[in-house]
Write a protein that binds this ligand. Structure first.
Ligand SMILES: CC(=O)c1sc(CCOP(=O)(O)OP(=O)(O)O)c(C)[n+]1Cc1cnc(C)nc1N
Ligand SMILES: [Mg+2]
Length: 631
């Protein structure tokens, strides 16, 4: 590709001619800097129009440009942990024209995805998986006698995940050739946490230490070499004492550590990556970046601009978000509950904002902790708290609780400990796609003895269930969807009788059973059908056995609806119950079919999956209920 005159700011010149990483190879340092500038403009424009992971992607622009200049993707494998920071990677690997479709139905994934491009080494969305993937690829490369490079980019937040640290332990032990690039911007979604994070700050101070030391060494050598050598020996022994970098955990695990270097200095990045690329064994390059780099309002507030909504790119202004979210309803309830019960303690695995806990963490800072991206740790920390008399609430997305399944079983349920799981994003979540949909939790929780599962229909019931859960003791999962709910006055704490359902439309011939988000669809579906019974099945476990027994004996047909996999969910529980008692009404189970759903609007996914109001009415019609199909 011919070099061209550098473009004035604002004009896209070089990107127009980059259709793949091979077009980066012959660019000069100045041209690479121009490419980075143009990438930044495109990412800003894409996120302004479509929303997306703006701040993370802006912070990784130079790093990704340098990686694709130095390495030879797709022959070399370049992996991104979580994959949310990879917008520049997508643009440079032939997807520039489709960037406006990102996170939309039929469009690009918001993360890297193997089926989307040969340049996407792994399909991700959950954190901390890149290093074990990289090790696996190194095993495969060596076992097959092949020869290519593997580079894994992992953020400082993702490095707080146990899976990443365990992988480094193995990587240092196996000594396979690979490059880990730690993209350290001191941020997870919130400020990053953990001892390793604090240690990495000292490494950045250490650069200052290095510079002073280098200058001193040069001055001394100019004066007397023997003296310089003697001082150098003395310095090395002192170094372990003063220099934090000498207890570098990565070096301790036999991973070569290089850095920290400026993750926005393209010249330095290209130089160092070229030097490290072919070194034997594992190397970690520590780069320091700024989340939101190059966009003033995103640099100033990387938390807000971690996940951008469509906005004015010049000012960062966006229409005020409407409505009161389930997450806010949960956070407000916790603030009040903590005033009532001094034993309450809320734990988040790096999702303070997403779980609606910002205000709670400020109101009750001593009854709150963020354990980092470590859901397994969050659950078992809750178990430890419960063993010693606290009332822990683990605030966790359904999809991320998958990382703590064994901890729920092994550390909480066996001893029937009073840990409450506030499960947010229960059900389909939309733009984050298959890696983030929370549609497996009813099945994986239902099989664990002692665990109760409840689905509030509104904010008042959410609060009533937390109050009942605190009284109930034992492990309780209270699951609610992404999206909005109603707002209730402070002090709303209704009584909810444990394990009971609620008749909403007491008609007995054909009965629809649904809880949580599915109940919204069911209500709409039967609104003008007085002959169809409707039950708020707010407990998945325990079922309301008395009511279900009655319905099983009297109704000719039952329809269950859930925003969850059909297999193993609420409908399965009802079928098991009826079969155990020899009750034989017709049963239709509406749930998510046995497949993954990519990113799309939640309503569209629900319609495709056959659990929305239209689907319910169609089934009712098939069961002989006289319903107008269209609503
Ligand atoms: C997108 C998403 O779901 C993100 S991005 C992110 C912060 C990652 O911080 P890191 O320092 O690695 O990257 P940075 O943004 O460049 O600073 C979190 C916690 N999450 C949620 C999350 C929670 N828990 C798990 C297992 N995976 C994910 N992806
Ligand atoms: Mg980070």
């Amino acid at each position: 590709m011919q070099a061209s005159e550098p473009a004035q700011k604002g004009h896209i010149v070089l990107l127009d001619r980059i259709n793949g990483p091979e077009d980066l190879k012959n660019l000069s340092r100045e041209e690479l800097s121009q490419v980075a500038q143009e990438l930044r403009q495109e990412i800003i424009q894409v996120c302004a129009e479509s929303g997306g992971h703006l701040a993370s992607s802006l912070g990784a622009v130079e790093l990704i440009t340098a990686l694709h200049h130095v390495f030879d993707s797709p022959r070399d494998r370049i992996l991104f942990d979580v994959g949310h920071q990879a917008y520049a990677h997508k643009i440079l690997t032939g997807r520039r024209s489709r960037m406006q479709t990102i996170r939309k139905e039929g469009g690009l994934s918001g993360f890297t995805k193997v089926s989307e491009s040969e340049h996407d080494g792994i399909t991700v969305g959950h954190a901390s998986t890149s290093l074990a993937n990289a090790l696996g690829m190194a095993f495969a490369r060596d076992a097959l006698g092949q020869n290519y490079n593997i580079a894994a980019v992992i953020g400082d937040g993702s490095l707080t995940g146990g899976m990443a640290l365990a992988a480094i332990n193995q990587i240092g032990y196996q000594q396979k050739r690979m490059l880990i690039i730690l993209n350290d911007n001191e941020m997870s979604i919130s400020e990053n946490v953990g001892a390793l994070n604090r240690y990495m700050r000292t490494l950045q101070i250490q650069r200052w230490f290095q510079d002073v030391e280098d200058a001193g060494k040069k001055a001394l050598q100019a004066f007397s070499r023997p003296l310089a050598q003697m001082v150098s020996r003395a310095k090395d022994s002192a170094r372990n004492f003063f220099d934090p970098a000498s207890d570098n955990p990565f070096k301790a695990m036999n991973v070569r550590y290089v850095g920290p270097i400026d993750g926005h200095d393209l010249g330095q990045l290209v130089y160092v990556l070229s030097k490290l690329k072919d070194l034997d064994g594992p190397t970690m390059l520590h780069v320091v970046t700024k989340k939101g780099k190059g966009l003033e309002y995103a640099e100033k507030d990387p938390i807000k601009w971690h996940g951008a909504v469509p906005h004015d790119p010049k000012t960062g202004t966006a229409p005020a978000s409407k409505g009161y979210s389930w997450s806010a309803a949960f956070g407000d309830a916790m603030i009040e509950l903590a005033k009532e019960d001094p034993r309450l303690f809320v734990i988040t695995p790096a999702m303070r904002e997403g779980s609606g806990l910002v205000k709670y963490s400020q109101t009750h800072p001593h009854r709150y902790t963020d354990v980092g991206i470590a859901e397994d740790v969050a659950v078992t920390v809750g178990a430890g708290m419960a063993l010693q008399g606290l009332k822990p609430v683990v605030a966790i997305y359904s999809t991320f609780l998958q990382r703590g399944f064994d901890q729920v079983l092994h550390d909480v349920a066996i001893e029937n400990l009073p840990v409450i799981f506030a499960i947010d994003r229960g059900g389909m979540v939309g733009a984050d796609g298959a890696t983030h949909h929370g549609v497996f939790d009813l099945a994986y929780l239902r099989t664990i003895p002692n665990v109760s599962i409840a689905l509030p229909k509104d904010t008042s019931e959410l609060r009533g269930l937390f109050k009942a859960a605190l009284k109930h003791g034992g492990p309780v999962a209270i699951r609610y969807p992404r999206g909005n709910t109603d707002q209730v006055p402070e002090g709303t704490w209704p009584e909810v009788q444990w394990g009971t359902w609620e008749w909403l439309n007491p008609s007995e011939e054909v009965v629809v059973l649904a809880g949580g988000k599915a109940l919204e669809y069911a209500r709409k579906a039967v609104a003008d059908l007085p002959g169809v019974g409707l039950v708020n099945a707010r407990f998945v476990k325990p079922l309301d056995e008395e009511m279900l027994e009655y319905i099983g004996r009297t109704a000719r047909a039952i329809v269950t609806v859930e925003d969850h996999q059909k297999m193993g969910g609420f409908g399965s529980a009802v079928l098991e119950f009826l079969a155990d008692r020899g009750l034989t009404p017709k049963v239709r189970v509406l749930g998510i079919p046995d497949q993954f759903y990519d990113h799309a609007e939640v309503s569209s996914i629900h319609a495709q999956a056959g659990i929305d109001s239209q689907a319910i009415r169609t089934v009712l019609a098939e069961l002989g209920v006289d319903v107008p199909i269209e609503i």
